[in-house]
Design a protein around this ligand. Structure first.
Ligand code: A2P
Length: 264
């Protein structure tokens, strides 16, 4: 008799793949009826093992689709020699992707105390969990203003976020709720663009707040989520702390939370 491992990943089908640049792509897969998660959480993703592999390579990916969606969406970097993404970037509709069973993460609304404004600071593929959160109706029930910032090196890297936010205007489920509550602030660091600079610089100089029409960060009103590379997270978290915000978690909600996108 073969034993079925209840923790083994499930096999899901690829529904769609879209490439944005030679380094960035998105893919959608089927969602098992039993798969529950909170917007902003991540899950292990992999590909069926090849003949020379003992076990499949799995990596943590933030779910980019909202919790109500019947499919699961992911936004990924392509690393030429990456153990997983070198193969994952070649997937096509109909292929099989492995999906872990236990979503986890701290970038969730429940890890923050109630507030007036929600800032989501992202760089690169760090926008993925926020792609989920900005499509969750609960976000707009909890906050009067929702500000998503996305900083990349070059313009093409902003495409995924720009298209997503544009598409939300006509979204039948959240379009009306969002109204003018959602502000998407984009900046670039290595190409000419109306707003130039790292998110840390934009916070320090106050350009972010000028641009968003909001007061400087304050712990009484503002809540912050941060997602990007490890250095970006560390630097942005340290800066946010200088405004008096403290870090929260699932068990002890507070004023800001962090996560890193660590896909190789
Ligand atoms: P920069 O071009 O000045 O390095 P990456 O692809 O390296 O993760 O970078 C994505 C974006 O994050 C880039 O715009 C990059 O700016 C910015 N960035 C990198 N490191 C940091 C950091 N420590 N703090 C804030 N932003 C950062």
């Amino acid at each position: 008799m073969t034993k079925v491992n209840p923790n083994a990943p499930t096999e899901e089908k690829v529904l769609a793949v879209e490439h944005y640049t030679d380094r960035l792509f998105r893919f959608d897969i089927t969602r098992p009826a039993s798969f529950r998660f909170r917007s902003g959480e991540f899950i292990m993703i992999g590909l069926p093992k090849t003949e020379d592999q003992k076990r499949p390579i799995m990596r943590a990916y933030s779910v980019a689709s909202p919790a109500w969606d019947e499919k699961l969406e992911f936004y990924s970097i392509k690393v030429p020699d990456g153990p997983l993404t070198s193969r994952l970037q070649k997937i096509k509709e109909g292929d099989t992707v492995l999906l872990g069973r236990k979503p986890v993460g701290t970038l969730v609304l429940d890890a923050l105390l109630p507030g007036k404004r929600l800032y989501m600071f992202s760089t690169g593929t760090g926008i993925a969990p926020f792609a989920s959160i900005i499509r969750d109706p609960e976000t707009y029930e909890r906050y009067d203003e929702v500000i998503l910032t996305h900083t990349c090196r070059q313009k093409a890297e902003l495409s995924y976020g720009l298209r997503l936010v544009e598409s939300l205007k006509d979204d039948p489920l959240v379009g009306e709720m969002i109204g003018d509550k959602l502000l998407h602030v984009t900046s670039l660091t290595r190409e000419e663009y109306p707003l130039k600079g790292r998110i840390t610089t934009l916070i320090e100089t106050g350009q972010l707040f000028e641009n968003a029409g909001t007061p400087k960060l304050n712990p009484a009103e503002d809540r912050v989520m941060i997602c990007g590379s490890k250095d970006m997270i560390d630097d942005t978290a340290a800066l946010v702390e200088t405004f008096g915000l403290t870090e929260g978690s699932n068990s002890k909600p507070a004023e800001f939370v962090v996560e890193k996108s660590f896909v190789g």
